[in-house]
Design a protein around this ligand. Sequence first.
Ligand SMILES: Cc1cc2nc3c(=O)[nH]c(=O)nc-3n(C[C@H](O)[C@H](O)[C@H](O)COP(=O)(O)OP(=O)(O)OC[C@H]3O[C@@H](n4cnc5c(N)ncnc54)[C@H](O)[C@@H]3O)c2cc1C
Length: 446
Amino acid sequence: MKKFGWLVLLASQFAVVTGFWAYDHVNHPMGNLLTGEPVGQYLAYGRLAGLLAVLLILFQLMLIGRVKWLEQTFGLDRMANLHHFIGFGIVVFLVAHPLLVTMGHSMQAGTGFLDQYIDFCRNWEDVLAAVIGIAIMAVAIFFSILVLKKWVKYEVWYYSHLPFYVAILLAFGHQFEVGSDFTGNRYFAGYWYAIYAFTFANLIHYRFLRPVIFYLRHRFKIEKIVQESGDVTSVYIEGRNMEFFPVEAGQFMIVRFWTKGFRWEAHPFSMSFCPDGKRIRLSIKALGDFTRRIPRLKPGTPVFIDGPHGVFISSRCKTSKVLLVAGGIGITPIRALSEEMSAKKLDVILIYANRNRAAIVFEKELDDLVKASEGRLKVIHILSEDPEWNGEKGRLDMGKIQRLVPDFLERDIYLCGPPLMMKIMLKTFAGIKVPKSSIHFEKFAL
Ligand SMILES: Cc1cc2nc3c(=O)[nH]c(=O)nc-3n(C[C@H](O)[C@H](O)[C@H](O)COP(=O)(O)OP(=O)(O)OC[C@H]3O[C@@H](n4cnc5c(N)ncnc54)[C@H](O)[C@@H]3O)c2cc1C
């Protein structure tokens, strides 16, 4: 219901904007532009495209702003997915707006399209700044396509997005200087200022101020670095008043290590044990240029933490029986959840899939948790490429789940692993009609 309420509130902004726009253009001094001559229609729909582009851009800022109250309802990964999807929708409006408005004005003035466009840039207040802003946005969107295709590094894409903020500011002025929607309707102008202010207040607070406030409050620093099995390193982070740092098992945070060679990048990692009010542990697999450098970190290094984030938490569980499924490094939040859930006296089965025995992370810790759980936690390892292994072999599939966990339909299912495994498992669970509300998952991709 909460989710539905937020969705209605967000969708209603589009209704409000379209309503103001329709009112202004039906009651226009030149007559009803929506049903009149094509020139009026070009102008009207061109302006609508501009309004919707801005509204979607503000919505995008809310989606990537790590806004707590939105994130607690929808989850950051879903919001990030929606952000990528909407990004491409904005292109349509960003192209349509100058195109239609220029066509409308050139028809009105009896000039050519190009002459009209040049006139806009030279003589109309703040329009040139807006044109530059749109060009910057186009470059950022182009980089997003490249990163999706994995042709450029994540960091290049990240930094190519920063000028987007400048672009938004550049495009702001012309809306009030030449946008007849606002010059002629002070209520609409007031509403427009309000949604800008609301968006930027949320963005600045959650994205920029909150990590600094948390740092000042807790003074996070690395306590120790511990090599786990294979290529996984655990970073223990301590700080002041850690009992008041509101992290839950299953959540993740976006961390920035404040030392040479690390401070320009912030990466998301999950808490890998159940919060004990004293320290945080992140267990990081060396997968790329940043994560490969983790073992070089030194105790005492300050850490900025953005978070905790995520709704992959035990309070979302509706039954007393749980199936946890982890693949590879996806074990980090699952390990923390298994500890918390068995302590809460839930009946927990953990299936942990890996290539070989050397790749199993926390093998000893999991054994200890099983012993301490007095039968409430059962861990089943599945190895796909280990001839020496006497336990479950091969890939995790529906047949194995049905055999190993016959009552899986009575359980809440928590899933975290490599993208391919997640895709297959989610499809499989959907195929056998496991209710969507029983499946909880965390994707290691934003
Ligand atoms: C919610 C979440 C929780 C995670 N928890 C863990 C964990 O507990 N342990 C662990 O080892 N890994 C975890 N990851 C994955 C980890 O963030 C990436 O492996 C790491 O950022 C890769 O960085 P890299 O530069 O070494 O690798 P690269 O080769 O540069 O990146 C590999 C891929 O990681 C993603 N990525 C890179 N940088 C970022 C970034 N700054 N923000 C978001 N995604 C990025 C991109 O999809 C990229 O294609 C988690 C990811 C997410 C989204």
